[in-house]
Design a protein around this ligand. Structure first.
Ligand code: NAD
Ligand code: ATP
Length: 280
Protein backbone atom coordinates (compact mmCIF):
# COMPACT_ATOMS: atom_id res chain seq x y z
CA UNK A 1 0.00 0.00 0.00
CA UNK A 2 1.31 3.49 -0.86
CA UNK A 3 1.79 5.72 2.17
CA UNK A 4 -0.26 8.89 2.06
CA UNK A 5 1.80 12.02 2.61
CA UNK A 6 1.34 15.80 3.01
CA UNK A 7 3.92 18.58 3.09
CA UNK A 8 3.69 21.13 5.93
CA UNK A 9 5.26 24.56 5.55
CA UNK A 10 5.10 26.79 8.65
CA UNK A 11 5.81 30.48 9.09
CA UNK A 12 9.49 30.64 9.98
CA UNK A 13 9.10 33.16 12.80
CA UNK A 14 5.77 32.13 14.41
CA UNK A 15 6.24 29.52 17.17
CA UNK A 16 2.46 28.98 17.34
CA UNK A 17 2.53 27.82 13.71
CA UNK A 18 5.24 25.28 14.58
CA UNK A 19 3.18 24.02 17.55
CA UNK A 20 0.12 23.69 15.29
CA UNK A 21 2.25 21.76 12.78
CA UNK A 22 3.28 19.31 15.52
CA UNK A 23 -0.36 18.76 16.55
CA UNK A 24 -1.49 18.25 12.94
CA UNK A 25 1.40 15.83 12.35
CA UNK A 26 0.51 13.73 15.42
CA UNK A 27 -3.17 13.45 14.39
CA UNK A 28 -2.50 12.82 10.70
CA UNK A 29 0.13 10.17 11.40
CA UNK A 30 -2.44 8.38 13.60
CA UNK A 31 -4.79 8.50 10.62
CA UNK A 32 -2.11 6.98 8.37
CA UNK A 33 -0.97 10.19 6.67
CA UNK A 34 2.76 10.95 6.87
CA UNK A 35 3.92 14.59 7.11
CA UNK A 36 7.10 15.93 5.50
CA UNK A 37 8.79 19.34 5.62
CA UNK A 38 9.23 21.85 2.79
CA UNK A 39 12.66 20.54 1.74
CA UNK A 40 11.29 17.11 0.82
CA UNK A 41 11.60 16.48 -2.91
CA UNK A 42 10.88 12.77 -3.23
CA UNK A 43 7.78 11.82 -1.19
CA UNK A 44 4.59 11.44 -3.22
CA UNK A 45 2.72 14.27 -1.47
CA UNK A 46 -1.01 14.78 -2.06
CA UNK A 47 -1.36 18.25 -0.48
CA UNK A 48 0.70 21.17 0.83
CA UNK A 49 -0.49 22.64 4.15
CA UNK A 50 0.71 26.22 4.72
CA UNK A 51 0.65 27.66 8.25
CA UNK A 52 1.30 31.39 8.00
CA UNK A 53 0.17 34.51 6.16
CA UNK A 54 0.20 35.47 2.50
CA UNK A 55 3.99 35.31 2.23
CA UNK A 56 3.93 31.74 3.51
CA UNK A 57 1.14 30.93 1.01
CA UNK A 58 3.22 32.39 -1.83
CA UNK A 59 6.21 30.26 -0.76
CA UNK A 60 3.98 27.18 -0.43
CA UNK A 61 2.41 27.84 -3.85
CA UNK A 62 5.84 27.24 -5.41
CA UNK A 63 5.90 23.76 -3.86
CA UNK A 64 2.25 22.88 -4.60
CA UNK A 65 2.33 24.07 -8.21
CA UNK A 66 5.58 22.23 -8.96
CA UNK A 67 3.99 18.97 -7.70
CA UNK A 68 0.51 19.72 -9.11
CA UNK A 69 -1.16 19.19 -5.72
CA UNK A 70 -3.65 21.41 -3.83
CA UNK A 71 -2.54 23.99 -1.28
CA UNK A 72 -4.48 24.51 1.96
CA UNK A 73 -3.73 27.61 4.04
CA UNK A 74 -4.31 28.19 7.76
CA UNK A 75 -3.81 31.79 8.82
CA UNK A 76 -0.94 32.54 11.19
CA UNK A 77 -0.19 35.87 9.54
CA UNK A 78 -1.49 39.41 9.82
CA UNK A 79 -3.81 39.36 6.83
CA UNK A 80 -3.72 35.85 5.37
CA UNK A 81 -5.97 36.77 2.46
CA UNK A 82 -4.93 33.67 0.55
CA UNK A 83 -5.41 31.29 3.48
CA UNK A 84 -8.64 29.30 3.79
CA UNK A 85 -9.26 29.16 7.54
CA UNK A 86 -8.11 30.56 10.87
CA UNK A 87 -6.10 28.57 13.38
CA UNK A 88 -9.23 27.66 15.42
CA UNK A 89 -10.32 25.31 12.60
CA UNK A 90 -7.78 22.68 13.69
CA UNK A 91 -10.31 19.81 13.88
CA UNK A 92 -11.83 20.44 10.47
CA UNK A 93 -8.38 20.80 8.88
CA UNK A 94 -7.25 17.43 10.27
CA UNK A 95 -10.55 15.73 9.31
CA UNK A 96 -10.55 17.19 5.82
CA UNK A 97 -6.99 16.05 5.14
CA UNK A 98 -7.48 12.62 6.73
CA UNK A 99 -10.67 11.98 4.69
CA UNK A 100 -9.64 13.99 1.61
CA UNK A 101 -12.92 15.85 2.08
CA UNK A 102 -11.84 19.30 0.89
CA UNK A 103 -12.94 21.11 -2.25
CA UNK A 104 -10.34 22.27 -4.76
CA UNK A 105 -10.48 25.41 -6.90
CA UNK A 106 -8.13 26.30 -9.73
CA UNK A 107 -6.37 29.67 -9.68
CA UNK A 108 -4.84 31.10 -12.81
CA UNK A 109 -1.09 31.78 -12.84
CA UNK A 110 1.02 33.81 -15.26
CA UNK A 111 4.06 32.75 -17.25
CA UNK A 112 6.51 35.64 -17.41
CA UNK A 113 9.36 35.85 -19.93
CA UNK A 114 11.90 38.68 -19.94
CA UNK A 115 13.89 39.01 -23.18
CA UNK A 116 16.89 41.38 -23.14
CA UNK A 117 18.21 43.41 -26.08
CA UNK A 118 21.09 40.92 -26.50
CA UNK A 119 18.57 38.10 -27.02
CA UNK A 120 19.10 36.42 -23.64
CA UNK A 121 15.98 35.62 -21.73
CA UNK A 122 14.79 34.55 -18.29
CA UNK A 123 11.51 32.90 -17.41
CA UNK A 124 9.44 32.84 -14.26
CA UNK A 125 5.83 32.64 -13.17
CA UNK A 126 3.45 34.51 -10.89
CA UNK A 127 0.55 33.60 -8.64
CA UNK A 128 -0.16 37.22 -7.56
CA UNK A 129 1.65 39.40 -10.07
CA UNK A 130 4.70 40.41 -12.04
CA UNK A 131 5.65 43.88 -10.78
CA UNK A 132 7.79 45.60 -13.42
CA UNK A 133 9.55 48.44 -11.62
CA UNK A 134 12.16 51.04 -12.47
CA UNK A 135 15.57 50.07 -11.13
CA UNK A 136 16.30 53.72 -10.42
CA UNK A 137 13.48 54.83 -8.14
CA UNK A 138 14.25 58.55 -8.48
CA UNK A 139 13.31 58.42 -12.17
CA UNK A 140 10.19 56.97 -13.76
CA UNK A 141 10.44 53.92 -15.98
CA UNK A 142 9.73 54.59 -19.66
CA UNK A 143 7.53 51.70 -20.66
CA UNK A 144 5.43 50.76 -23.69
CA UNK A 145 2.52 48.37 -23.30
CA UNK A 146 1.17 46.21 -26.12
CA UNK A 147 -1.54 43.60 -26.29
CA UNK A 148 -1.52 40.86 -28.93
CA UNK A 149 1.13 42.69 -30.94
CA UNK A 150 -0.59 46.10 -30.96
CA UNK A 151 0.60 49.12 -29.00
CA UNK A 152 -1.80 50.38 -26.31
CA UNK A 153 0.12 53.19 -24.63
CA UNK A 154 3.47 54.35 -23.40
CA UNK A 155 3.89 55.27 -19.75
CA UNK A 156 6.23 57.24 -17.58
CA UNK A 157 5.62 55.51 -14.27
CA UNK A 158 7.20 53.86 -11.26
CA UNK A 159 6.27 50.67 -13.04
CA UNK A 160 3.50 48.45 -14.25
CA UNK A 161 1.80 45.59 -12.39
CA UNK A 162 0.55 42.59 -14.36
CA UNK A 163 -1.74 40.66 -12.01
CA UNK A 164 -3.84 37.52 -11.89
CA UNK A 165 -7.34 37.58 -10.34
CA UNK A 166 -5.69 36.18 -7.18
CA UNK A 167 -3.22 39.08 -7.17
CA UNK A 168 -5.93 41.66 -7.81
CA UNK A 169 -6.34 42.16 -4.05
CA UNK A 170 -2.59 42.62 -3.50
CA UNK A 171 -0.11 45.09 -5.10
CA UNK A 172 -2.39 45.71 -8.09
CA UNK A 173 -5.14 46.85 -5.70
CA UNK A 174 -2.75 49.36 -4.12
CA UNK A 175 -2.02 50.66 -7.64
CA UNK A 176 -5.74 51.32 -8.22
CA UNK A 177 -6.53 48.03 -9.99
CA UNK A 178 -9.97 46.40 -9.75
CA UNK A 179 -10.77 43.42 -7.57
CA UNK A 180 -11.40 40.41 -9.77
CA UNK A 181 -13.35 37.45 -8.38
CA UNK A 182 -11.10 34.37 -8.49
CA UNK A 183 -13.33 32.32 -10.80
CA UNK A 184 -13.03 35.03 -13.48
CA UNK A 185 -10.17 34.37 -15.88
CA UNK A 186 -8.52 37.68 -16.72
CA UNK A 187 -5.24 39.57 -16.55
CA UNK A 188 -5.07 42.99 -14.89
CA UNK A 189 -2.53 45.62 -15.98
CA UNK A 190 -2.18 48.51 -13.52
CA UNK A 191 0.40 51.31 -13.95
CA UNK A 192 2.06 52.42 -10.70
CA UNK A 193 2.04 56.18 -10.11
CA UNK A 194 1.88 56.91 -13.84
CA UNK A 195 2.39 60.47 -14.99
CA UNK A 196 -0.11 61.25 -17.74
CA UNK A 197 -3.75 61.11 -18.71
CA UNK A 198 -4.22 57.47 -19.66
CA UNK A 199 -3.30 55.84 -16.40
CA UNK A 200 -6.32 53.63 -15.70
CA UNK A 201 -5.91 49.92 -15.06
CA UNK A 202 -6.95 47.52 -17.84
CA UNK A 203 -8.61 44.10 -17.65
CA UNK A 204 -7.40 41.84 -20.43
CA UNK A 205 -8.47 38.49 -21.87
CA UNK A 206 -6.61 35.49 -20.43
CA UNK A 207 -5.84 34.39 -23.99
CA UNK A 208 -4.02 37.66 -24.80
CA UNK A 209 -0.29 38.22 -24.81
CA UNK A 210 0.61 41.29 -22.77
CA UNK A 211 4.00 42.83 -23.55
CA UNK A 212 5.78 45.56 -21.62
CA UNK A 213 8.70 47.15 -23.49
CA UNK A 214 11.46 48.92 -21.60
CA UNK A 215 11.94 51.83 -23.99
CA UNK A 216 15.50 52.57 -25.17
CA UNK A 217 15.46 55.99 -23.45
CA UNK A 218 14.79 54.34 -20.09
CA UNK A 219 17.87 55.41 -18.11
CA UNK A 220 18.41 52.38 -15.90
CA UNK A 221 16.37 49.30 -16.75
CA UNK A 222 13.82 47.41 -14.71
CA UNK A 223 13.42 44.67 -12.16
CA UNK A 224 10.53 42.26 -12.44
CA UNK A 225 9.32 40.91 -9.10
CA UNK A 226 7.17 37.80 -9.30
CA UNK A 227 5.03 37.56 -6.13
CA UNK A 228 7.63 39.69 -4.32
CA UNK A 229 9.82 36.57 -4.16
CA UNK A 230 11.57 35.96 -7.47
CA UNK A 231 13.44 38.73 -9.31
CA UNK A 232 14.48 39.18 -12.94
CA UNK A 233 16.32 42.22 -14.27
CA UNK A 234 16.60 43.74 -17.73
CA UNK A 235 18.08 46.86 -19.28
CA UNK A 236 16.69 49.30 -21.84
CA UNK A 237 15.38 47.39 -24.87
CA UNK A 238 14.04 44.48 -22.78
CA UNK A 239 10.57 43.03 -23.26
CA UNK A 240 8.48 41.39 -20.54
CA UNK A 241 5.85 39.05 -21.94
CA UNK A 242 3.04 37.75 -19.72
CA UNK A 243 0.58 35.02 -20.67
CA UNK A 244 -1.81 32.74 -18.83
CA UNK A 245 0.16 29.74 -17.60
CA UNK A 246 -0.84 26.20 -18.47
CA UNK A 247 0.01 25.27 -14.88
CA UNK A 248 -2.39 26.82 -12.37
CA UNK A 249 -2.23 26.84 -8.58
CA UNK A 250 -4.86 24.60 -6.99
CA UNK A 251 -6.27 25.79 -3.67
CA UNK A 252 -7.95 23.40 -1.21
CA UNK A 253 -10.98 24.63 0.74
CA UNK A 254 -12.30 23.42 4.06
CA UNK A 255 -14.33 26.56 4.69
CA UNK A 256 -17.47 27.34 2.67
CA UNK A 257 -17.08 31.13 3.03
CA UNK A 258 -17.31 32.61 -0.50
CA UNK A 259 -14.84 35.13 -1.88
CA UNK A 260 -17.19 38.05 -1.09
CA UNK A 261 -17.23 37.03 2.60
CA UNK A 262 -13.46 36.81 2.72
CA UNK A 263 -13.12 40.21 1.02
CA UNK A 264 -15.47 41.91 3.48
CA UNK A 265 -13.77 40.33 6.48
CA UNK A 266 -10.14 40.82 5.44
CA UNK A 267 -10.64 44.34 4.10
CA UNK A 268 -13.04 45.24 6.93
CA UNK A 269 -15.62 46.62 4.50
CA UNK A 270 -18.62 48.56 5.87
CA UNK A 271 -21.62 46.34 5.06
CA UNK A 272 -23.88 47.08 8.02
CA UNK A 273 -27.27 48.19 6.63
CA UNK A 274 -26.29 47.37 3.05
CA UNK A 275 -29.88 46.42 2.06
CA UNK A 276 -31.71 48.26 4.80
CA UNK A 277 -32.80 45.09 6.65
CA UNK A 278 -32.42 45.41 10.39
CA UNK A 279 -30.42 42.15 10.54
CA UNK A 280 -27.88 43.07 7.82
N1 NAD B 1 2.23 48.63 -2.32
C1 NAD B 1 1.82 47.38 -2.15
O1 NAD B 1 0.64 47.09 -1.90
C2 NAD B 1 2.80 46.26 -2.32
C3 NAD B 1 4.15 46.50 -2.57
C4 NAD B 1 4.99 45.42 -2.74
C5 NAD B 1 4.48 44.11 -2.67
N2 NAD B 1 3.15 43.94 -2.41
C6 NAD B 1 2.56 42.61 -2.37
O2 NAD B 1 3.21 41.77 -1.47
C7 NAD B 1 3.14 40.47 -2.01
C8 NAD B 1 4.10 39.58 -1.26
O3 NAD B 1 3.46 39.36 -0.03
P1 NAD B 1 4.24 38.90 1.29
O4 NAD B 1 3.20 38.44 2.26
O5 NAD B 1 5.36 38.00 0.90
O6 NAD B 1 4.91 40.22 1.78
P2 NAD B 1 4.35 41.16 2.93
O7 NAD B 1 4.17 40.35 4.18
O8 NAD B 1 5.18 42.39 2.99
O9 NAD B 1 2.91 41.45 2.30
C9 NAD B 1 2.47 42.62 1.74
C10 NAD B 1 0.97 42.69 1.97
O10 NAD B 1 0.28 42.14 0.83
C11 NAD B 1 -0.73 41.23 1.31
N3 NAD B 1 -1.03 40.26 0.25
C12 NAD B 1 -0.18 39.42 -0.39
N4 NAD B 1 -0.84 38.72 -1.32
C13 NAD B 1 -2.15 39.12 -1.25
C14 NAD B 1 -3.33 38.78 -1.97
N5 NAD B 1 -3.32 37.91 -2.98
N6 NAD B 1 -4.48 39.39 -1.63
C15 NAD B 1 -4.53 40.32 -0.65
N7 NAD B 1 -3.44 40.71 0.04
C16 NAD B 1 -2.27 40.11 -0.25
C17 NAD B 1 -0.12 40.66 2.58
O11 NAD B 1 -1.09 40.09 3.44
C18 NAD B 1 0.51 41.88 3.20
O12 NAD B 1 -0.45 42.66 3.91
C19 NAD B 1 3.42 40.65 -3.46
O13 NAD B 1 2.97 39.59 -4.27
C20 NAD B 1 2.67 41.94 -3.71
O14 NAD B 1 1.35 41.69 -4.16
C21 NAD B 1 2.32 44.98 -2.24
N1 ATP C 1 7.82 29.07 5.48
C1 ATP C 1 8.25 30.15 4.85
N2 ATP C 1 8.98 30.02 3.73
C2 ATP C 1 9.43 31.11 3.09
N3 ATP C 1 9.24 32.36 3.49
C3 ATP C 1 8.52 32.55 4.60
C4 ATP C 1 7.98 31.45 5.33
N4 ATP C 1 7.32 31.94 6.39
C5 ATP C 1 7.42 33.27 6.32
N5 ATP C 1 8.16 33.64 5.26
C6 ATP C 1 8.50 35.02 4.88
O1 ATP C 1 8.15 35.88 5.95
C7 ATP C 1 7.37 36.97 5.44
C8 ATP C 1 6.14 37.17 6.31
O2 ATP C 1 5.37 35.97 6.24
P1 ATP C 1 3.81 35.98 6.03
O3 ATP C 1 3.44 36.89 4.90
O4 ATP C 1 3.38 34.56 5.93
O5 ATP C 1 3.33 36.55 7.40
P2 ATP C 1 2.63 37.91 7.66
O6 ATP C 1 3.41 39.03 7.02
O7 ATP C 1 2.35 38.00 9.12
O8 ATP C 1 1.26 37.64 6.95
P3 ATP C 1 0.48 38.47 5.84
O9 ATP C 1 1.38 38.50 4.62
O10 ATP C 1 -0.75 37.68 5.65
O11 ATP C 1 0.26 39.84 6.43
C9 ATP C 1 6.94 36.67 4.02
O12 ATP C 1 7.29 37.73 3.16
C10 ATP C 1 7.68 35.41 3.65
O13 ATP C 1 8.61 35.68 2.59
Amino acid sequence: MTTRCVMILSHVRRPEAATYAETVTTHLERAGVACVGPDDTTSPIELVLALGGDGTMLAAAEKARARDVPLLGVNFGHMGFLTDVDADALGSVIDAIAHRSYDVSTRMALDVTLTRSDGTHSMDWAFNEAAILSLMRAQPAHLGVGIDGRGISTYGADGVIVATPTGSTAYSFSAGGPIVWPDVEAVVMAPVSAHGLFTRPLVISPSSVLEVFVLPDQPSGVEVWCDGRRRLTGGPGSTIRSTKSRTPVRLAHVSDVPFSGRLVRKFDLPIKGWRMHADD
